[in-house]
Write a protein that binds this ligand. Sequence first.
Ligand code: PGA
Length: 249
Amino acid sequence: MRRPVIAGNWKMYKTQAETRAYFAALAPLVAGSTHCDIVVAPPFTALAAAVEAAKGTSISIAAQNMHWETEGAFTGEISAGMLLEAGCRAVIIAHSERRQFFGETDERANKKVKAALAAGLTPLLCVGESLAEREGKKTEEVLERQFRGGVAALTSAEFSRIILAYEPVWAIGTGRTATPEMAAEAHQFLRQLAAAAFTPERADMLRILYGGSVKPDNIKGLMAQVEIDGALVGGASLKAEAFASIVNF
Ligand code: PGA
């Protein structure tokens, strides 16, 4: 039985003051929500405020990106150890916006996954095809390349600690959600890849989240699919009430 995960990715939104107000609103709404893991990923500058505000709740805090080295002359970068010290438990890796706008590659994603695991963080590795790739019938090819690249050379024990997020790029921030069936099909394909790369048992335990225009009114249909183990929510995670109703699907 895979425990669901509902994760909110704030992207480049919210100041520290907004973060405190958000958690004050969210905490009581999810106080009884023991059926899933709840994760919120604020921008770096709001991490400490979020960690402080989430104390005493079951909400864990994640970062949206990291560098793979432990320290060094890498202006503007943050290491896994720094995130851990700030109170993060997880980190989003290779979000499609990082791939699209900031040159994230599968090779770098793999280094980040390894560094996150070594530091004790849970990597939330994102994969997903663009609209042109889907229309060009390249979805499986893209997912296979991103999955294999991202988890390359992980041991089976390391692999058991990652979370995968399937986020079709054409569904992110567009209001166009993949149908639950489309998402489930991609998840099933990713699970087959996991079984081939590791073991069927590991694949069976892998939690795969769907992301892309998840909203309070479509989460139920998505979660009804056995292949879908949770959601990575962007826009709808910015309002505490909307995120809480997704958590409480
Ligand atoms: P969205 O973003 O929910 O706003 O589509 C999802 C994501 O990018 O993680």
